[in-house]
Ligand binder design. Sequence first.
Ligand SMILES: C[S@@+](CC[C@H](N)C(=O)[O-])C[C@H]1O[C@@H](n2cnc3c(N)ncnc32)[C@H](O)[C@@H]1O
Length: 331
Amino acid sequence: MRSRHQPRDETAPGWPSVLPAPLGERLATLLGAEGRAAWLAQASAAPVTAFRVNTLLADAPAVLAELHAAGLDPAPVPGCPGCFTVPPGQRRALTETAAVAAGRVYIQTPSSVLAASRLGVRPGDEVLDLAAAPGGKTLVLAAALGGAGRLAAVERSRPRFYRLKRNLAAHGAGWVHTYLKDGTAVGRLTPERFDRVLLDAPCSAEARIRSDEPATFADWGPRRHRRLARLQGRLLASGLAALKPGGRLLYATCTFAPEENEAVLDTAVGGGGLRVLPLGELPCATRPGLTEWEGRRYHPDLRHAARILPQGPWEGFFIALLEKQTRISGG
Ligand SMILES: C[S@@+](CC[C@H](N)C(=O)[O-])C[C@H]1O[C@@H](n2cnc3c(N)ncnc32)[C@H](O)[C@@H]1O
């Protein structure tokens, strides 16, 4: 099947004609020529098999011993504690291990683990995961709570909500409070309640495009960016409303589109009362958030956001950490 986007190979040498040509042009601008090549390599190959040891049920040395005994060769992902990869030929064997079946291992890209970790959940926090299914990041947040605090996970899609519940139960996180709900309503229902909010927003998933799976890019284009940006903006406003003053919200997507990232954040940050916090040193290749795109200027602090570049075990991601300012009492 051909994409409805007309290929223009002459403007993007080496770009497969099956993929939308404007996507190739945008990725070159957003990620650089090398970043686009790395994206294309990931889009054209089977995904790297990475996993996280689920510390709610097991610890890394025991799990590694178990996997070695099963004939697997896990290798650590530098800078992502508890994350490992297995060689490409071992994906199936990994999925068939007792460690996966019993929930000691969760197959997940390190970028996803990194995103959830950068929210900085502390034991005792009240935490909200506003778009939670299937629950990979909820599990990271649950582990960070260390048995203290409260975690609420919201999901709008009914089938995905039940998948989330099953996943949490199977991974020792059945205690997480789950809500089948539209996340855009949560801020109004629970204003200023949470210390930490994760918004892993529904997005156009440009980092998950596979050149041999037309469904992953069939709808790609400006109309989809605009539609998703409206939803992302409403979810972000809701998440921020649910945040206590002084609390933090981590905004993440697995897409590169500025319309779904900086533009969404710029609207919120422009409203005042928010800081975009530096993310600190990241263990993977990144590009800073944009402060300008296609003639539109964004808040200068959005440079503190990061695009994780597709490279090795790292999938493309966008992350930004926001802090809601505490109110200054009037004199
Ligand atoms: C990127 S996925 C989340 C992945 C998840 N955080 C993880 O790491 O496993 C986005 C999720 O948001 C859900 N979603 C979409 N619109 C929503 C809404 N209005 N309220 C709550 N969830 C929504 C989607 O069904 C999808 O499950």
